[in-house]
Write a protein that binds this ligand. Structure first.
Ligand code: ARG
Length: 578
């Protein structure tokens, strides 16, 4: 038996197609569009009929007749122009669910050819406070990283710190402007550093001199000026500490903390390769590579700026080379918003021209922005940028409203309650993000995102905690989970829903779309709730039925925990809901 119900149906269909001399490419089922009629349907006859100029209903009837020999269906019908509708036998479903409940991976498969994939997400900049605009790249990147690892790929996640561009010269220039020199830099903390950066930004916008000074300092820093380097190291290290703290709170993790600066040496190599291949040219003092002009004009890529500095594009090209040569990347995926679409088109084209990433797949995944109720990028009440820290704090204070105060529940002290508050608050933020498809932006729903009901992270966590309590009660009563028997519609529906786990995860992996997992977790939790209301466990009619329902409950709990884990969300044992 194949652990996966859907795969077993596909295998059976393949056998039948083969026997009938039909192209096995069309031998697969999909979840029925008509759950009132069937559980699965196969529409292969329609496609085949078109190609072979035959009557689809005749083909479908032949397939249906052959399928009758197998012992999985309660009912097989040919409907409409040639859909084959399959309603499964309860014990066929039950056997499969029993089997996956005993499997360590709950029946989930892995990719056939695992490969090494480097995920580039986060991308925070030194000296810049992290804000709502940084949320999606980290949250989505973390989820994809977990999904890719789970399906068996060899994942390396890299934060790609912005630590080598003009902002570095801007901030050093600003400190010199105020202090006359850089002697006080070692004493500056992160608040002061980000403050300098904010002021540098304003001054450079208004003042040509300041802009020129900043780009000169940047070029000299990159060229190895020791005084600048020393100051820069301090700014970088303070910023990295702050960034790490932010990501840690959100449970966003990286294998590598490489920055643009780490690509400096390779940048030099890229410039050489480009020259040797005759791809670069000098244009108004800068060294550039011109790109193919297809239907839309593409500006050239700047390798070396006119003042000798290396820019953002060059560091990205060099980083590709490092990831291929030092990490063995076979696929590199970048996560940013749409403002960088052109940037990645440009660098992918140059990388191809230079031949530094042959047979490596390069992908740019673009996500929409987090918006306020007015449809514009999310802001604080007074119109400022919402820092990540403030966002997390806001979520926590919402969650605290739903939890008991310290001292109100026996056995839970302030620290334990606060830990729970963080787990729920972060789940609320992450789930609200991940339930939306990556490409679409979303409105940050201040009213509902942290509620314990509706399509929220806390709702799924709460569903898990409720099942935990059912399991504890059963254990106290000496009830053990056992063989699944499906008597009612609610049990059957829950079991069928559980059987979709593997295909949902594989779809999320194939399409790099965590929202499939978020959606599924939500509908599964709802399905469980319907089951639980209709099917008593401790008061079931027989011990056998109670044991079966207990197994269904435990499996649902395990699946929900697995799904949240793939989304980078924790599942607390209890929720202490007030
Ligand atoms: N630091 C960049 C920014 O703030 C994002 C980095 C994205 N990743 C990359 N490899 N370019 O815009």
């Amino acid at each position: 038996m194949n652990l996966l119900l859907e795969n077993e149906l596909n295998e059976t269909l393949s056998k039948v197609f083969k026997k009938l001399g039909l192209d096995e490419k069309f031998a697969f089922v999909k979840i029925s569009d008509r759950p009132d009629l069937s559980d699965f349907q196969c529409n292969g006859a329609l496609a085949l009929a078109k190609i072979e100029h035959k009557n689809p209903r005749e083909i479908a009837s032949a397939i249906a007749q052959e399928l009758e020999q197998y012992d999985f269906a309660e009912n097989i019908t040919v409907d409409g122009p040639g859909f084959i509708n399959i309603k499964l036998k309860n014990n066929f479903i039950a056997e499969h669910i029993d089997a996956i409940s005993k499997d360590r991976r709950l029946g989930c498969g892995k990719v056939e050819n695992p490969h090494k994939v480097v995920l580039d997400y986060g991308g925070p900049n030194v000296a810049k406070e992290m804000h709502v605009g940084h949320l999606r790249s980290g949250v989505i990147g973390e989820a994809i990283s977990r999904i890719e690892r789970f399906v068996g790929n060899d994942v390396i996640s890299d934060v790609h710190l912005g630590d080598w561009g003009t902002p570095m010269g801007m901030i050093l220039g600003e400190i010199i402007f105020k202090d006359k020199d850089l002697s006080k830099v070692p004493f500056y903390n992160i608040t002061q550093i980000t403050d300098f950066y904010k002021r540098a930004n304003i001054r450079c916008k208004e003042n040509e001199e300041a802009r020129k000074a900043a780009s000169k300092i940047t070029a000299e820093l990159q060229d190895g000026n020791l005084e600048y380097k020393k100051a820069w190291l301090h700014l970088r290290s303070e910023s990295v500490d702050a960034i790490k703290y932010n990501y840690q709170q959100l449970d966003v993790n990286f294998d590598l903390w490489w920055g643009e600066s780490d690509a400096h040496k390779t940048c030099g190599e890229i410039v050489k390769i480009a020259r040797q291949q005759g791809l670069s040219e000098i244009d108004e003092g800068a060294e550039i590579i011109r790109l193919e002009q297809t239907n839309k004009p593409k500006p050239p890529v700047i390798l070396v700026k006119s003042d000798g500095g290396f820019g953002y594009q060059l560091t990205d090209i060099a980083t590709v080379k490092m990831r291929v040569e030092q990490l063995g990347a076979q696929e590199i995926v970048y996560f940013t918003d749409s403002r960088q679409t052109l940037h990645f088109e440009q660098i992918f084209e140059v990388v191809k021209k230079l031949g530094i990433a042959q047979n490596v797949e390069l992908k740019h995944i673009v996500f929409g922005t987090v918006n306020g109720a007015d449809g514009k990028p999310f802001k604080t009440r007074d119109g400022g940028v919402m820092t990540l820290e403030a966002l997390i704090e806001m979520s926590k204070s919402k969650v605290r409203e739903s939890l008991p105060k310290p001292g109100e529940v026996k056995g839970y002290d302030r620290a334990e309650i606060e830990k729970l508050v963080s787990q729920i608050a972060v789940a609320a933020i992450k789930f609200q993000d991940l339930k939306n498809s990556i490409a679409s932006g979303y409105v940050f729903d201040l009213e509902d995102f942290a509620k314990f009901e509706g399509k929220t992270g806390p709702y799924i966590q709460y569903a898990i905690a409720r099942i935990n309590s059912v399991l504890r009660k059963a254990a106290e009563n000496g009830l053990k989970a056992d063989k699944i028997v499906l008597c009612s519609d609610e049990e059957r529906n829950l079991a069928l829903k559980l059987s979709q786990l593997n295909s949902v995860i594989m779809r999320a992996h194939n399409e790099k779309e965590p929202s499939f997992i978020a959606d599924y977790a939500y509908t599964l939790a709802q399905c469980f709730s319907t089951f639980y209301n209709a099917c008593p466990i401790m008061n079931a009619k027989s011990r056998e039925l109670a044991a079966s329902r207990l197994r269904l409950s435990k499996l649902t709990r395990d699946v929900l925990i697995m799904l949240l884990n793939l989304l980078g969300i924790e599942a607390p044992e209890v929720m202490l809901k007030a």
